[in-house]
Structure formats: C-alpha cells, structure tokens
Design a protein around this ligand. Structure first.
Ligand code: SAH
Ligand code: SF4
Ligand code: F3S
Length: 441
C-alpha cells in the first residue's frame, strides 16, 4: 500500500485539515506514517500568516528534497499553497502538487496525475465545501478539533487569511453535533470548535449560541472550547449560552490586536478600545473565574508611541492570563501594504516595543499566577511533559499544570493543588477529592 506523510504548520484549522486529508487518503488505501522517510507521498500543509511562517516552509522544502525517496511525490497544501498557487510550481521544480484549503477533495486524483509526471495547482474556492464525507484521522487522543466554519468575511488590513481561506461559511449544526457524538463515542470528551471568527457562526438557521448549547448537550462531553472568537460577535445570546452550558470551559481567547482606537481603525478591526473593554466586562460578569488570553500585534504601520502605550495600558487594565504577541509582517496584497511608506515602523522600534510588551504581559501573568498557588482545581492530563517524569495537564481556564505521574493517566481527570509556578505554567500535586464527612451519631 502507498504511504503518506503530512507535515503541518500554522493554526488549529490546519491541524484539523491535515486530519481530514489523512482520513481521505486512508480511505483511498494509503497508510499514514509519522516521518517523511520512505513515504510515497509527502505533503507540507503550510501557513502564510507572517513572512517567517513562509520562510520556514521554504527552508523545510529544501531539506525535504534531500530526504525524499526517489519517485516520492511532494506536494504543498494549505494557506501558502493557496496564496502562491502556480508560482510555487515555477519556483520549486521538485514540487508536483499545490493544493489550496478548498481543493483537498481532489488530492487522490492529483496524486494519481503526479505519478504520471503531471504538475498541478488547484486553488479554487468552493463555498459549499466542508468535507462532510471525509472521516478525520485524529492523532491527538485527548481532545478533538472540530471545524464549524471555514473562511473569513472580516477584512483586517494586515491579514492574509481572507485571501487564503476565502469567504466565510458555516457547517450545519446537525453535522457538528454528529461529529461530536462520534468523537465522544471514541472516548474523547474534550472538543474544540474551530473557526476564524467562530462566534459569527451561522448555518442559516442557527447561530453560535445554538451551536454551543447543542454541542454542550452531547452526552458524555465534558469540556467544550472554541477558538477564535471576534469581539464584535459576542452577542448577549452567545455569552448567555456560554454561561448556561456547563461543558463550556471558563476560558476565552479574545484577540485584541491593539489597545488604541485609532490603531484598531487602521487595522479595520471594527471595535474600539471601549468596545473591547465592554466585551471583556460582559464576559467576566457572566462567567466567574473566566481565563482570558489574547493576540497582539506591534509595529503595525503608523503606530505611534502613544498608541503603543495604549496597548500596554489595555493589557494592564484587562490583566490577561496570557498573550501571544507578534511583530507586524507585511503580507503581499493586504491593504496594510498600501499604507504610506513613511508609516513603516523602524525595526529597532518594533523590537523595543515587542520586548516591552512581552515584559508587561509576562509580569501580569506571573502576578496573577502567583496569586493562585494553593488553589485546587480539576485538570485533564493531555500528554507527557517535555521535562522527564512529568505529565502536562490543563485546567478548564486553560492553565498548563505539570503533575507527577505515569503515562496511563493521559486522558484522565485529576484534582490537583497548585504548588508552584514558573510565572507561566504551574506544577501541581494530585489530591484526593474531599470525601463528604461521615454523619455524626
Ligand atoms: N481569526 C483570528 C486570527 C487568526 S491569525 C482572529 O481574528 O482573531 C492569528 C493571529 O496572528 C492574529 O490574531 C494576529 O494577532 C496575528 N497576525 C495576523 N496577521 C498578521 C500579520 N500580518 N503580522 C503579524 N501578526 C499577524
Ligand atoms: Fe484575519 Fe481579521 Fe479574519 Fe481574523 S478576523 S482571520 S485577523 S481578517
Ligand atoms: Fe496560517 Fe492559514 Fe491558519 S495563514 S494561521 S494556517 S488560516
């Protein structure tokens, strides 16, 4: 039987797409393998979000061409494939297939063609495509990624995703519920719903509030998460559904990008600093103990010292549990590249702001985490930690907790007491759940 290896870069959506591609190819008679060595088909599922994401892929393609067995078929899929299309075939003669996110249905046929020496790029969008008839081949045994929406209809001026993923479309609620039931039946009880602006989900009949309630009602599902919501799509209905569905975890990843209203306007984020703060306040009022994480970009064109200070002050005001920080990267064709050249921020300034933002974000999360030592909480053991003899577990509010134990505990829930923190992650000790006291007399 022919073998296939897929290497995945980028966000959870790509991880999920790789699972779908593996599933499809397995159904077509391929065996999957976990290294490129000796594979008949090698696919690189790529990300285009920042320049360095693409540089990594280009470097990797160079390495791989030396490792491939003679006659192996090399293909590029995902966002960079969509963005560059046939240009990739022209620049890298070893690449035979370039397949964008809506064209994975064509993979078996394209691979067949490649065997006959053809080189092909397939990058049409398909607004109906959700790969409903594919069965994902999941590698992660503890939680399942379930896409509920593809594409994006926002047009944030820095972002390549609308170009690489096409217009927004939602899966039918019944299909998402069916897939949730299937993964629960396989013994997985944490599900993460995926979409670029997942809370704008709408299948024509149901909104994201309906979806949360319906998925949350699946018997045996213990934890429900979703990523990434857009602040503008947090209707009161959605927040009420989140608060009123016990399986939904007390965590939200709420990308802020900037704390300055003028900057948010240039980014076309469609909310102000005040709107963002209001969204956070409504979420916190509805969901006690809510963990909040975010994404922030520094060095966007025209960012003034004052605007950057507003980003720092918003971090201090919200007190994020964690933040992913990015240096702005100009992406070909995005509106940000058409801004006046004098708006470009010098790289020394970007570096300085980036360091200062990291220090602020880390300081806040350290302070918050120190304050939680001694707390008891339920964690789900996800995998072996990189450091020996420890397991990596996660709380409902998305804290990473390292606990002692053997791999049999992976996939189980433990009650732990937080005993230490690096500032970012915790160490914990399993404790007995408190038993009810014996009745007197
Ligand atoms: N759909 C999600 C974001 C997906 S991209 C949302 O709207 O929140 C993940 C993160 O990458 C973004 O939140 C943003 O912080 C960052 N990002 C996107 N484009 C970027 C660019 N051109 N340069 C730097 N960071 C970028
Ligand atoms: Fe990109 Fe904005 Fe869409 Fe997120 S909402 S994927 S940042 S365009
Ligand atoms: Fe990257 Fe595409 Fe995801 S650009 S972040 S893999 S949607």
């Amino acid at each position: 039987m022919p073998s296939v290896y897929i290497e995945t870069y980028g966000c959870q959506m790509n991880v999920s797409d790789s699972e779908l591609m593996y599933g499809k190819l397995q159904a077509e008679g391929y065996v999957t393998q976990e290294t490129p060595h000796g594979a008949d088909v090698v696919l690189i599922n790529t990300c285009a979000i920042r320049e360095n994401a693409e540089q990594r892929v280009i470097g990797r393609l160079g390495e791989l061409r030396r490792d491939l067995k003679p006659g192996a078929i090399l293909g590029v899929t995902g966002c960079m494939a969509q963005r560059l299309g046939a240009r990739l075939l022209a620049t890298d003669t070893r690449v035979q297939l370039v397949v964008g996110p809506d064209a994975y249905r064509m993979l078996p046929a394209l691979i067949e063609g490649a065997r006959n020496g053809e080189r092909f790029s397939a990058t049409d969008f398909d607004l109906e495509e959700h790969y409903e008839d594919f069965t994902a081949r999941r590698f992660e045994g503890v939680k399942a990624w379930i896409p509920v929406q593809r594409g994006c209809d926002y047009r944030c001026t820095y972002c390549i995703v609308p170009t690489t993923r096409g217009p927004e479309r939602s899966r039918k609620l019944a299909d998402v519920v069916r897939e949730t039931r299937e993964v629960v039946a396989q013994g997985i009880n944490e599900v993460v719903l995926l979409g670029q602006t997942v809370n704008s989900y709408n299948d024509g009949t149901h909104d994201f509030a309906d979806l949360l309630r319906a998925v949350g009602a699946v018997d045996g599902l213990r934890r429900l998460r979703y990523t990434s919501p857009h602040p503008n799509d947090f209707s009161d209905r959605v927040i009420a559904a989140m608060a009123g569905t016990p399986a939904v975890c007390e965590h939200v990843h709420l990308p802020m990008q900037s704390g300055s209203t003028s900057m948010l306007k240039r980014m076309l984020r469609r909310y102000s600093r005040e709107d963002y703060l209001d969204c956070v306040a409504r979420l916190r009022a509805a969901i006690p103990g809510l963990g909040i994480t975010t994404d922030i970009i520094v060095g966007f064109p025209g960012e003034t010292d004052e605007e950057f200070e507003e980003t720092l002050s918003l971090c201090r005001e919200v007190r994020f549990d964690d933040a992913f920080t990015f240096k702005f990267s100009a992406r070909e064709g995005t509106p940000a590249t058409r801004m006046p050249p004098e708006w470009t921020i010098a790289s020394e300034v970007v570096d300085r702001r980036y360091e200062s933002l990291m220090a602020t974000v880390r300081g806040i999360s350290r302070e918050k985490n120190m304050g939680r030592l001694g707390e008891r909480m339920e964690v789900l053991v996800e995998k072996e930690a990189r450091k020996g003899e420890l397991l990596q577990a996660r709380s409902r509010d998305f804290k990473t907790v390292l606990v002692p134990g053997t791999p049999e505990l992976i996939g189980t829930y433990l009650t732990v007491e937080l005993t230490g923190t690096t500032g970012a992650t915790f160490t914990g000790t399993p404790v007995q759940e408190r038993q009810p006291l014996p009745m007197a007399g």
